[in-house]
Design a binder for this molecule. Sequence first.
Ligand SMILES: [Zn+2]
Length: 307
Amino acid sequence: MDAIAIDFETANERRDSACAVGVAWIEDGRVVRRETRLIRPPELRFSPGNIRIHGILPADVRDQPNLPEAMEAFLPDLSNRLVLAHNAGFDMGVLAASLAAWGKPMPAVAYLCTLRVARQVFPDPAGCGLAKVAARLGIRFEHHDAGEDAYACAEIALAAMREIGATRVAALPRLLNMPAALLPGGYRPDTESRRSTASRALLSGQQQPKPAPDLRFSVRGSTGNHYGIALEERSFGLYLRCDCIAGRHRRRCRHVDAMIDGDVTDLISGNFADIERLRLRILAADGLVEPSRARAQVELRRQFGFA
Ligand SMILES: [Zn+2]
């Protein structure tokens, strides 16, 4: 047994809204099996931005199994192998939140993020989004089909394995000095915290800010300093401001790049759901504006690596 790659698509901004899962199994240095399952989320509310990404509609999943049913046959494998996902924080969050939504505990998993692996083994200034890395490595796949995305994630791990001369994908954490993250069995995400904060504010008579406050994040920089990143709505478009030195000098910094990639590795503010909101806001605005040049609209597809 070596490793298993997983990828989720979601119906809306909520982590528990998985509407498709893709799984790819790795044995003996190759992908030996892949599966895609459609999933009926707890509510059939699909955001236009999400539909634009994966093309799955409410009618497609209305008669499909819910997540615990769809994943039942796969969950033992997730607990018994190294789990791979590209930007794993997202996919592990979706799995845990979706299981919790149906009252099921998360199985114990050890997972490795292939976005982090790619950044270390195949670094590139253009970024390490799934489509970009796959294109550079010659991996052919249909982006945003869950099974295809899981397959591409598995192939990226296999390419990294060959690149560093390893014989098993499961050896990557040790050889890259990148310990697999461990989720203990039974883990349940706190999906209510945002709502309860809002209700507390209402109860205490505080005014809800109008319009909704821009998205804010705190990240840990490479030297351990903490930086604040805020999404600002400017007359010329959407702008992600970071208060690190580069950001203050209106240069694009790696903290902003990580937010755009949806990489939550260094996120310390804990607002994982806001990463998805950020992605949807950027999608809706058709991209971000570069800090240094107000008129230089950065192409959405290039930002996100959509092929
Ligand atoms: Zn920064």
